[in-house]
Design a protein around this ligand. Structure first.
Ligand code: NAP
Length: 263
């Protein structure tokens, strides 16, 4: 069987940039794009091109999928805080001999007037809060990552998330259900209305969620910022346009061996 080379790009999704890259690739006649989502969100944003939902079954499962679906290249555009999938993707691409690119948007950097404390983990953020004088805290770390804060018992939390968190994890917390982008004026109003004394967030970067940092700066509030996890070695770009160029370059057009072949 002779395989007709073509570009079939797998975008590992979940980030704003993944959706944007899929849109750009889907506009082209010479590229097929498949976006893979973990399936954490019941109502994900609309995706251009094909979509598949759910895990692959570790690096081996992903390597098998890359061969069977005749994927020519992978863009790992998972969220900057995704811990496992970037490493799975690196191993799977090495096993299946597919080129891989990491697309991770730049992190936020402090500006004049910012009162940031950078911590390595959510547990570190919880420890810092427990020792701090701040008892009314705005938490935007994601609904599945609240457990470390259960130990901070004398603090009232305002949680913002896209979908409702398990109410048993932080009983007594107030939940704001919202999906970004957010603007500075509204963020300041939210912080003021709830008498917030400190903000806890992950250094996700990007514009959609940055307004709370600007709002905290303007109100003189401290921010506890969780640093990003490390990325596997390999090519990394910061912007969708760079990822698009890579997808259209020779680097991303390696010929796919016939389905079933190993290597
Ligand atoms: P994770 O801990 O790295 O992944 C756990 C498992 O979920 C992986 O081993 C994989 O299962 C599956 N998975 C993860 N991303 C996938 C994808 N794009 N497509 C198919 N399967 C995927 O990831 P996580 O932190 O739970 O994040 C899950 C998803 O939510 C990611 O797609 C990420 O982009 C998005 N997200 C994460 C955050 C965050 O802060 N962590 C924030 C916003 C969005 P198998 O091993 O079975 O393949």
């Amino acid at each position: 069987m002779t395989y007709q080379p073509g570009r079939r790009i797998l975008v590992l999704g979940g980030s704003t940039e993944a959706f944007a890259l899929a849109r750009r690739l889907d506009e082209r006649q010479d590229v097929a794009v498949i976006t893979s989502l973990a399936g954490r969100t019941a109502t994900p944003a609309p995706v251009a091109g094909d979509v598949r939902i759910g895990g692959f079954g570790g690096p081996e499962g992903l390597a098998r999928y890359l061969r069977e679906a005749e994927i020519t290249a992978v863009v790992d555009a998972t969220h900057p805080f995704t811990r496992t999938m970037p490493w799975n993707a690196a191993r799977a691409c090495a096993m299946a001999r597919r080129p891989r690119l990491r697309l991770r948007r730049p992190g936020w950097v402090p500006e004049a007037g910012d009162r940031w404390s950078v911590v390595a983990s959510l547990a570190g953020a919880a420890r810092l809060l427990a020792k701090s004088p701040y008892r009314r805290v705005f938490l935007t770390t994601g609904r599945t990552e609240l457990a470390p804060f259960a130990s901070v018992t004398d603090t009232w939390f305002l949680i913002r998330s896209i979908e409702a968190p398990d109410p048993a994890v932080l009983p007594g917390a107030e939940v704001l259900l919202a999906r970004g982008p957010f603007d500075v004026e509204n963020e300041m109003a939210t912080l003021r209305a709830h008498g917030i004394e400190a903000v806890v967030t992950k250094n996700s970067g990007g514009s959609a969620a940055a307004a709370k940092l600007v709002a905290a700066n303007r109100l003189g509030l401290p921010v506890v910022l969780v640093a990003r996890p490390p990325v596997p070695p390999g090519p990394l770009v910061r912007r969708v346009e760079e990822a698009l160029s890579w997808c259209l370059s020779p680097a991303a057009s390696a010929q796919v061996p016939p389905a079933g072949a190993t290597g």
